[in-house]
Design a protein around this ligand. Sequence first.
Ligand SMILES: Nc1ncnc2c1ncn2[C@@H]1O[C@H](COP(=O)(O)OP(=O)(O)OP(=O)(O)O)[C@@H](O)[C@H]1O
Ligand SMILES: [Mg+2]
Length: 435
Amino acid sequence: MAGIFDGLCAEIAAIPVLTRIGRVQELARGTLRVAGLSAVAALGDRVAVRTAVGVIGGEIVRLARDGVTVLPDQSPEGARIGDLVEMLGETRIAPDDSWVGRILDPYGQPLDGRPLFRGTQPRPLRAPAPAAAERRRLGARLATGSAVFDTFLPLVRGQRIGLFAGSGVGKSTLLARFAQHVEADVVVIALIGERGRELREFTERTLGPHGMARSVIVTATSDQSALTRRRCAWTAMAVAEHFRDQGLHVLLLADSITRFAEAHREVALAAGEEGNLRGFPPSTSHTIMALAERAGPGPEGAGDITAIFTVLVAGSDMEEPVADILRGVLDGHVVMDRRIAERGRFPAVDVLRSVSRSLPEAASDAENNLLADARRLLGAYDRVEPMVQAGLYATGSDPVVDRAIRVWPLLDRFLAELSPEGIHNSFARLAQSLE
Ligand SMILES: Nc1ncnc2c1ncn2[C@@H]1O[C@H](COP(=O)(O)OP(=O)(O)OP(=O)(O)O)[C@@H](O)[C@H]1O
Ligand SMILES: [Mg+2]
């Protein structure tokens, strides 16, 4: 019985004995200036603004000696000068093992209509990453359930990779495939800034009961405040850290980092920062990197967080700020191409433009040779494809190209395959398609 009350006791213990109160001094440009909290507030603390028409949540985004700036969760309609602002304090969340299989919002409230237990240990949303010197190295290769990732783009335990693609090219569908098939103890999925109707579609259709059974979904839809959307990524990471600290292997899937960065931009601009990185404020870089660094191999005694982050790139603009920042902290990037999706091959991974930094270590010599051969053939086909399509290539001109043209249909089919039988089977099938 004691276990049931542990969460409640922890929550009661966390209630501050003294409530600190400030007052609204000024309302301008969507933010509130509040007097009386400067001495006690810290950046990122939560507050509740008590207006005549209801309570509005908010976060402290700027501090000054004579007042703090609060960004409210919603439009501060109805707020007046002099309204009371109550300090709620540091933003923490207490994940619990029973959250597996559940859907929650970034504040830890259930979104699936059933009560949710809270854990006994509140964790900071913006926890530091494990110290670099204490972290293990990347771990063993993981079976992914997809032929292309089992072979050309291996995923190892603790690796962080990015999926870069335009809209509608199949990022979310591929993430769901990972959630269903990649070897992991728990999957944590952050759905940041998606359209509202997509949540049900994703959980019920794309992910399905099998994927859902080992997943925790944290979601904030596009109509929610920038604070809530940004917080979604941090909450998901804190949930992943909860399981990692128990020694488990967590697969963290974040869709998308672009929406996270956009939410951060909104918050930072409201706090007075300037947008100078093609519209993004300078703190964007640190914010993205600090998030990504929290994933990865854990310290001795803990588990690992293997992470896959999606990034929306317009066209194939890999220099776009969010893509550029994120690439610096990743151990691999996967580029998905609209033209491949349009001809109906899913996942629409452009193998030639994608890399996994776990190679060559993650594969044997024989496997690396096979991959080099296959890449050479894909490259040769890629170069002559327009000529082949136009009927301008004369068979016999180049033996490598001849072979590339012959094996290409098999290779292309291989890249779309599911691989329920594991990595060795995927390599065997790749070897077959090159014969
Ligand atoms: N494996 C697949 N098999 C068949 N069709 C697919 C597959 N993956 C994606 N598609 C098609 O592509 C469409 C878009 O996929 P998805 O929603 O995963 O893309 P997205 O990149 O996440 O899009 P957005 O940028 O809007 O979030 C799907 O509705 C489906 O028609
Ligand atoms: Mg999507």
